[in-house]
Design a protein around this ligand. Sequence first.
Ligand SMILES: [Zn+2]
Length: 406
Amino acid sequence: MPRSPTNARYFSTRYELTGTRFLIYPQLKTLKGFDEPELVYIDAAPGTIQTGPQDDGIYVVDAENKMSYDDSGTWPPYAGPRRRPAEPDANGHFHHIAPGDGEFSSAMVFAAIRLVLSIWEHYLGRKVRWYFRDTYPRLEVIPRVLLAKNAVSKFGYIECGFKNPTTRSGPYCQNFDVVAHEVGHLILKDVIGNPPYRTVAFRAHEEAAADLVAMIALLHFRSVVQHLLQETKGNLYSVNVLSRTGELSKATQIRKAFNNKTMSKAKWDANPDDYKYQLAAPFTGGAFDVFVEIYQRHLVRRGAIPKRLADDSYNALGEDILDLQPAFAKRFKRKGEAFEAALLSARDEFARLLARTWAKTSMSDLTYPRVIEGMIAADLDLHRGRNIAIIRDSFYWREILPVKGR
Ligand SMILES: [Zn+2]
């Protein structure tokens, strides 16, 4: 069976011939079209992932009646009671474990973490190392903790709670977006670092960047890409309009990244744990604008849309974006494949740009303008600076760069 060239462009199916099989929900299962989990292939030979699941870098422990480490004032390794671990089948795969099985949470969270890591190791061009490796050689993952209504990535572990902890519904370990965001924190603490004193700007940037890690990971599911294109008819600037009608999942990081926040609209909050999210939004939004512009350029290059339509959508504001919808719909109907190819090229170009930017970012004096300086330098390295104008434009509009510059 030859590897399909389309599947190879999505990391969820790239290793369909050599990888280990798992089931993942790429979006909330309440979203239409995503109610069944999808088969994914983790880049590891069948038989190398052991009961747990666990491998040489990660182990999952489905702890029973465990409070979060934060709430109990303890730390890994976890040694208490646990539920049955996920076991591979006779061929070394885990896709026989279905959502109704008790081991599903463990299997899915492991697969989600490994998938996000291999996607980003590809863009970074190197392995991700745990920033806590001197203390803990492996990452501990607790898929279900009691009473926690969030998911956290901390020193040596990832722990997941529930959207509704009292009824134990909406387990975050089965929410790909949420898990991918937590993996984003691990990646960034390795690539940029984890300084002893973390300023609000540093923490806000890490939140924004972790959302971008998750967004890129999500675009490695063909079902998600096709859903996104179908709903927007290929006009990604309409994501915010769609979000109001509830056609895109509430959980999707793509929607979160599409926002119109500027620095002066960030609401001051005396609690840095809340203020960092306010400051993160303009950065994520500016980065998403850069991504969409790269995508539009690929659309034009592939003949999916004429240059004039790309220019119009860049200049359109608010509801005007909907006026362009018929023009996009007409093109999308005829050239759907070119839209998909353009989106994948933009995803890869943008992800490489981010990876190179982070590699240039220093943890000791991190400010937004410095990160953007790094992004411009990264674009010069990678793309001869063809995105510099749009980077400057986008982050100037977000009031992150003080002058437009040239
Ligand atoms: Zn976070």
